[in-house]
Design a protein around this ligand. Sequence first.
Ligand SMILES: *[C@@H]1O[C@H](CO)[C@@H](O)[C@H](O)[C@H]1NC(C)=O
Ligand SMILES: *[C@@H]1O[C@H](CO)[C@@H](O)[C@H](O)[C@H]1NC(C)=O
Ligand SMILES: *[C@@H]1O[C@H](CO)[C@@H](O)[C@H](O)[C@H]1NC(C)=O
Ligand SMILES: *[C@@H]1O[C@H](CO)[C@@H](O)[C@H](O)[C@H]1NC(C)=O
Length: 538
Amino acid sequence: MAAKSNYAAVFVIGLSLLIAVAAEDPYRNFEWHVTYGDIYPMGVKQQGILINNQFPGPEIRSVTNDNLIINVFNELDEPFLISWAGIQNRKNSFQDGVYGTTCPIPPGKNYTYALQVKDQIGSFYYFPSLGFHKAAGGFGAIRILSRPLIPVPFPPPADDFTVLIGDWYKTNHKALRAQLDNGGKLPLPDGILINGQSSGATLNIQPGKTYRLRISNVGLHGSLNFRIQNHSMKLVEVEGTHTIQNVLSSLDVHVGQSYSVLITAHKPAKYYYIVVSSRFTSKVLTTTGVLHYSNSAGPVSGPIPAVPNPLMSWSFSQARAIRTNLTASGPRPNPQGSYHYGMINVTRTIQLVNSAGHIKGKQRYAMNSASFYPADTPLKLADYFKIDGVYKPGSIPDQQPSVPIFPVTSVLHADHKAFVEIVFENGEDIVQSWHFDGYSFFVVGMEVGKWSPDSRNVYNLNDAVSRCTVQVYPRSWTAIYVALDNVGMWNLRSELWERQYLGQQFYIRVYTKSASLRDEYLIPKNALLCGKAIGHHK
Ligand SMILES: *[C@@H]1O[C@H](CO)[C@@H](O)[C@H](O)[C@H]1NC(C)=O
Ligand SMILES: *[C@@H]1O[C@H](CO)[C@@H](O)[C@H](O)[C@H]1NC(C)=O
Ligand SMILES: *[C@@H]1O[C@H](CO)[C@@H](O)[C@H](O)[C@H]1NC(C)=O
Ligand SMILES: *[C@@H]1O[C@H](CO)[C@@H](O)[C@H](O)[C@H]1NC(C)=O
């Protein structure tokens, strides 16, 4: 009798656990206050943008499928938004936090983002997307861990460090913005920061142990090289993909990109330089930090390890060697190679050529001659409420037209479930870096010269890495494949922040006729309304 009722009790508990798990993924709640505050990253006082008094902002730690509820209070004197580069916000571009999807949070007001890191793992970061705020801070790391029972293709590290690197200006963000608004360009940055510091950033380690470093380039301008004196690094993850574990003496991180490496403390216990220097710039900026073995005394000594050369061919061959470990698991237990992207027929090819020029005497940047200007209403809200006259789908061509740069609120119309090849062409002398919100894509090719249909012969159709930010080398091209399986309005932009600000971005409207919640969520109940969307019913 007793035994029987015990079984019943176990059964009831088991069932309720099942229901709880199936019904809802875990929630993590954050309350963030965004303020100005004094910071001294380069030794002189500057007005920074702080989140809960921190610069860089607090780190978001999450696990695959978590719901992240982030209530952001804007205590600045300007409209503000945070974007979550790399978090895909599936079916929910309303939460993307860029101009085209989400109304800005007015000064003195708050907005609660509801994000879900659905089917994602990896290292990313968030940043303020409007008004050149990124030049003042407001950025921080996001990590998405694998769920407990899903194998990760390396032993658990002794610790897991965030390393945010980026170039930096001593000038206030409003002054930088005014320079751009007045038609000018920005000078080279003043320096480089590691976790908000231009010198002395320290990682504490213990002899014999292995550590994970999650390195993101949160800067504004350029590519950076990361290296540690006398220590090699093992590459393990790129923006949510577990990679073939190449051993590297240093790593090029282009603007907006994120990588995880493992390092082992296998050298004599002392202090070693951590070095970050600018790449592809006329003047090389360098910043050092310290890898500090416990029970050892400083200071660091010996030569600072040199940047690898020759620049272009070294960086190219490193980039081409970054490949997916097809047998490792990703967010789900099945191997990452079980999706055969190389077997799918491309339904559309888009060639995007970047260019620079002038409109009404002011410096502008463009893709296929379209230089982006925001309209008065977020594009996603214009779509949702069927408000005419905000933008025209198809306002950016699939190929470079033979017309000079023109101003437009550029939106590319694409069908849900299209499988698209995008070729980024760069005839300039700079390294370009492109990010696509809401997606990760396969980087199938990257070569010097001009792309032609024959270039497809060198595509990697087997184990290309899937990521969300990719570089294009000077006078070179990069090709990606992307499955447009996420309905919404998604920003494709240069991560070179001056170029993004001056027009080098547009939106891809991934569209389906179906109005099913399976494909896209409704507008959030708490969504702020602005522009022509004011007064519409949610
Ligand atoms: C602002 O914060 C309050 C709690 O302090 C919350 O109830 C409200 O929903 C938030 N507003 C928005 C638009 O998310
Ligand atoms: C790929 O992942 C598998 C599974 O975790 C692992 O055993 C293997 O060593 C990895 N291969 C490489 C080359 O990194
Ligand atoms: C560190 O590297 C320098 C230069 O490559 C070399 O001379 C030195 O012996 C190395 N020290 C250790 C502890 O590996
Ligand atoms: C791709 O296209 C080829 C030729 O048009 C066709 O034979 C093949 O079945 C298609 N493959 C898929 C997976 O649709």
